[in-house]
Design a binder for this molecule. Structure first.
Ligand code: PLP
Length: 409
């Protein structure tokens, strides 16, 4: 248990007790965002033993097939091709879809979304987001389309959906391919249909920090038979049989142990969602009424994995900035994260050529958001402590900010 006893917690009466100003940290062990959700260890161990007994460690083994089958059942999508990670899944999907030239994507995403294009010498064209949903703004896309544009790579950020209806209509009307980076959105739905079956294809991530993990892993899901066949070939060097190579390919295979981890965690998925939702509701309740602090909401009418608890800090009201709040939390050993600051277009590999590019909504949001720890490794008492610190800081925003600046000098 990372939490210290309640007496210590209750003793944090004023801002002088904050660890950043010399007090004792609220936690003995650090609280991470994205600490892995781990299912039944016994089941996982017995599966690993079975894999070792068979000596079938990779190359489309029975656990990979079963994992793919379970994802198909869960999402209702016709085909699933699991991969070693989502970045390779994106690269394979991008290639199999025949994307070239320019592809429009949000800048407010994990850097892999952009890298997957640039790595193949396709120009990522960064688009602004809708400040409400934090996802790509379909109207802004329209203005970025050129004769070189071959597709749209939209991101279902935080497990919340883009305006998928508008994106599908736009892609259709302008003759563009539509790929979704749904790395965050496994187990989520849009208008009652599971994420996975939209656009030409979608990609999930099963990285350790994601809602459902296979340690490392990803998947391409699609209803397109030909695309599925193509991606399956590409995942395994283009081999169609022992010594026949039909296409260019890469090694994107998932190992059996990773698939066993994914399968095992899938069996605990409802539990993970219940815990995440409980955590989310607790944060919502304990941070309610705090001026300038809002929790990014989830559409309760849809299925949601509640994997991300994202705060938006309005500095005009809190006086204390997002970065200052983060600094205070870090001192307390709460490693809140400012995903996805400062936006891909401001990251070194891209900013040199994009000095004039301004994406106001992206820049504003990326300076306001803070992801808080959640998941199955956090107790309700931990969350109360985190909320207590946030309340203390925000309720004394002006003093905390001034004192932090004085300490820095
Ligand atoms: C994590 C993530 C990826 C990359 O996933 P990996 O499995 O780590 O390669 C891509 N896009 C987004 C939005 C992500 O959050």
């Amino acid at each position: 248990m990372p939490t210290l006893d309640t007496s210590l917690r209750a003793s944090r009466k004023g801002i002088d007790d904050l660890a950043v100003f010399g007090g004792r940290p609220a936690f003995e062990q650090v609280l991470h965002v994205g600490r892995p959700n781990i299912g039944d260890r016994e089941k996982f161990s017995s599966r690993v033993n079975d894999i070792l007994d068979r000596r079938w460690l990779t190359n489309d083994g029975p656990y990979v097939s079963k994992f793919e089958q379970r994802i198909i059942e869960l999402t209702g999508v016709k085909h699933c091709i699991v991969t070693c990670n989502a970045t390779i899944a994106l690269e394979i999907a991008i290639r199999a879809l025949g994307l070239t030239g320019e592809v429009i994507l949000p800048s407010f995403t994990f850097i892999a979304t952009a890298h997957a294009l640039q790595w193949q010498e396709i120009t990522p064209v960064f688009c602004d987001i809708d400040p409400q949903s934090h996802t790509i703004d379909p109207e802004a896309i329209e203005r970025l389309i050129t004769p070189r544009t071959s597709g749209i790579l939209a991101v279902n950020l935080w497990g919340r959906h883009c305006d998928i209806t508008a994106l599908e209509a736009l892609a259709e009307r302008r003759g563009l391919k539509l790929l979704f980076d749904s790395a965050h959105a496994f187990g989520c739905s849009y208008q009652g249909r599971m994420i996975g079956g939209f656009g030409d294809a979608e990609v999930f991530s099963f990285h350790a920090t994601k809602f459902l993990n296979s340690m490392e892993g990803g998947a391409i899901v699609t209803n397109d038979d030909e695309l599925a066949q193509q991606t399956r070939l590409m995942r395994n060097f283009g081999f169609t049989s022992y010594d026949h190579v039909a296409s260019l390919g890469i090694n994107g295979k998932m190992s059996e142990v990773c698939a066993a981890m994914g399968l095992t965690n899938l069996e605990s998925m409802d539990e993970f969602i219940a815990v995440n939702r409980r955590n989310y509701k607790q944060y919502e309740e304990e941070l309610a009424g705090l001026d300038g602090v809002t929790l990014v909401t989830n559409d309760e009418a849809e299925k949601c994995n509640y994997q991300y608890v994202v705060l938006e800090i309005d500095m005009d009201q809190t006086i204390v900035s997002r970065d200052e709040l983060m600094k205070v939390l870090y001192s307390e050993k709460v490693l809140a994260r400012r995903y996805f600051y400062p936006g891909c277009h401001r990251m070194a590999p891209y900013k040199a050529t994009l000095t004039d590019l301004s994406l106001p909504e992206t820049e504003t949001i990326s300076e306001r958001v803070l992801s808080l720890p959640t998941g199955t490794s956090l107790s309700p008492a931990d969350i109360s402590t985190v909320c207590e610190i946030i309340r203390l800081v925000v309720n004394n925003g002006r003093e905390v900010s001034a004192k932090l600046r004085a300490v820095e000098v």
